[in-house]
Design a protein around this ligand. Structure first.
Ligand code: FAD
Length: 305
């Protein structure tokens, strides 16, 4: 079997001096895990993207030799600004981006050059067709959508505009992902969908999620939070095991790829990797393929005699 899933990581540019120093140690830690790519987030009203997202994406590609993807939320960008960013990315040799609309912030009027991520996608594909464009998707429906059907129809528009693959919002219930995948298939969305997984390793992180996302938390997951409320070591162990369990199930069911929301924590990514690496084992897979080919060639030679 050669269709092993991809493994990729998301990191975010730190906004403190300490974080700035730490991020390079984190990235070096991630390098050893040989991900297929690392994506770098971008704040939706970012003024100096070259000092944050682009700088890190460049470091990942040039210094670590790992393919990088720059996130680009465009609601607050003009076409001229996007042109400039595309040129900068091209100069850095980065030809992949995650095309996003980004959240609309109350009291701040968007530019209206890119109303939806699909507008940015078609713009990039027209201006720079050699770029690979990834899009975001929402197994639990985007919060602004009126329903699942409308959301999937809009996603289809984004894919038709030129999205080459999709990465999901994080989720904790794999069944929601499988239902979403099925809806995508029915809608004719055929690009690979990478599953976004965030291992929960501390209570604050879990509480933040509870307050800020509408992600459904399964009973099994809530039980971990309840049971280990005052036991951070056990909470971390159980949270990591939960993430690994999700990944094992997803890869077994043939997911195209796992995109790990690392929260800039290389230790967590390493733990997950060490416990799941064979599921992503491409080198061994291609070795096996080579051996199979040699065997078949020899067999053909023998049969020809
Ligand atoms: P869109 O695809 O434009 O969708 C937004 C809403 O509009 C949806 O409800 C959709 O159904 C609807 N819609 C889309 N097209 C149409 C249409 N033609 N007609 C009518 N309705 C339509 N945010 C950041 O600021 N920075 C990041 O780095 C970042 N990274 C992310 C990475 C991933 C993998 C994900 C899943 C999200 C990320 N986000 C990021 C958050 C994202 O920007 C928000 O969820 C935002 O609200 C929507 O962005 P989008 O690109 O998905 O928007």
């Amino acid at each position: 079997m050669s269709n092993y899933p991809s493994l990729s990581f998301e990191i975010f540019p730190p906004n403190t001096q300490v974080g700035e120093e730490k991020i390079y140690t984190t990235l070096k830690g991630l390098q050893g895990l040989k991900p297929d790519f690392i994506s770098v987030t971008c704040s939706n009203r970012q003024k100096n993207i070259e000092d944050t997202t682009l700088k890190l994406a460049d470091y990942i590609q040039k210094e670590l030799g790992i393919s990088s993807i720059a996130h680009l939320p465009a609601a607050y960008l003009t076409k001229a600004q996007v042109d400039k960013i595309l040129t900068q990315l091209d100069e850095l040799g980065i030809n992949q981006l995650l095309a996003l609309r980004g959240d609309i912030v109350e009291g701040f009027e968007p530019t209206h050059d890119f109303q939806y991520a699909s507008d940015l996608t078609s713009y990039v594909k027209e201006k720079a067709p050699h770029f690979q464009v990834t899009g975001a998707c929402y197994p639990e429906v985007h919060p602004e959508s009126i329903n699942r059907i409308a959301d999937i129809n809009n996603l289809k528009k984004k894919v038709d505009a030129g999205c080459d693959r999709l990465i999901t919002q994080l989720f904790f219930d794999n069944d929601l992902f499988y239902n979403f995948q099925e809806s995508c298939q029915l809608a004719g969305i055929e690009v690979p969908i990478l599953a976004g997984i965030m291992p929960i390793v501390n209570r604050n992180q879990a509480l933040r999620l509870l307050n800020t996302t509408q992600t459904k938390l399964p009973r099994k997951f809530l039980a971990i939070l309840d049971r280990y409320e005052n036991d951070p070591v056990s909470l971390k162990a159980a949270g990591l095991a939960y993430g690994i369990d999700q990944i094992v199930d997803l890869t077994t069911q043939g997911v195209s790829g796992i995109h790990l929301y690392t929260m800039n924590n290389a230790q967590v990514a390493k733990h997950i990797y060490e416990n799941t690496a064979p599921l992503f084992k491409k080198e061994e897979a291609s070795l096996q393929e080579k051996q199979d080919k040699i065997f078949l060639t020899k067999l053909e030679e023998l049969l020809a005699v």
